[in-house]
Design a protein. Structure first.
Length: 242
């Protein structure tokens, strides 16, 4: 393998790497990629500036669990990202791939279930007032856990922790919100109504319905149900709005 150097079009690429160290600890590491080098053990290393450590560090490819770009978009599958973007053809041993594939497939299902239950819309609501509270994250995690349980997937504490990190990284663009609305358009009216209730619960969870949150939920209601929130429904009868 002849890995590219930092001058081969990858230097300066900002990535967020989910990395498991030798002790089994998982962390998200924001890294500005510098170069790639082969390892003596056959495992390539990414070299880059680790923003959380403030220093140049190397990251073994066999300990990288996921990679997201600067916008939080996951780069999947990893072997395709390595080949097409970084110019590296590499994969772990077959047994390790099987285990990683199973874990990857499970996580992909969890994320799909979350999207089908309005998570993208809920995160957009939580971000509408420019901050996301811990209470909002908890409401969204509860929704994801319940939706997965209904589909026969019991989330472990590790699953919930990973989902929480994913939610906190999410910053849905207008295109992502529009795509999720189109995906949800075929749902039954009762399901759509529950989605609006979910978004309202997220807005309520920190004790204050911001007017930007209500404006966004009203847009969702118009798109999914063809009707606006009533004034009484939107303000909960107590006039709480920012």
């Amino acid at each position: 393998m002849n890995p590219p150097s930092g001058g081969a079009g990858i230097g300066g690429l900002l990535l967020v790497i989910e990395y498991q160290d030798a002790a089994g600890r998982r962390r998200f590491r924001p890294v500005t990629l510098w170069s790639i080098k082969p390892g003596r053990d056959g495992v390539p290393r990414l070299l880059g500036y680790s923003h959380d450590q403030g220093d140049l560090r190397s990251f073994r490819l066999d300990r990288i669990l996921s990679i997201a770009d600067a916008d939080g978009v996951l780069q999947e599958p990893l072997d395709v990202f390595y080949r097409q973007v970084l110019g590296v053809s590499w994969s772990p041993a077959r047994a390790e791939i099987s285990a990683a594939d199973r874990a990857g497939e499970r996580w992909a299902v969890i994320r799909r279930v979350a999207r089908e239950n309005g998570l993208v819309l809920a995160v957009a609501v939580a971000r509408a007032d420019l901050q996301m509270s811990g209470e909002e994250v908890t409401v969204m995690l509860d929704r994801v856990e319940a939706a997965c349980a209904a589909g026969g997937i019991d989330l472990s504490p590790d699953d919930l922790e990973r989902a929480g990190r994913w939610i906190r990284r999410m910053r849905p663009s207008a295109d992502a919100v529009g795509k999720n609305l189109r995906e949800l358009d075929a749902a039954a009216p009762a399901v759509k109504a529950k989605l609006i209730e979910f978004c309202l619960a997220v807005a309520d969870s920190d004790g204050f319905r911001h007017h930007r949150e209500l404006t966004l939920i009203d847009q969702f209601s118009r798109a999914l149900l063809g009707e606006s929130l009533t004034l009484r429904r939107a303000f909960g009868g107590d006039g709480q709005a920012g």
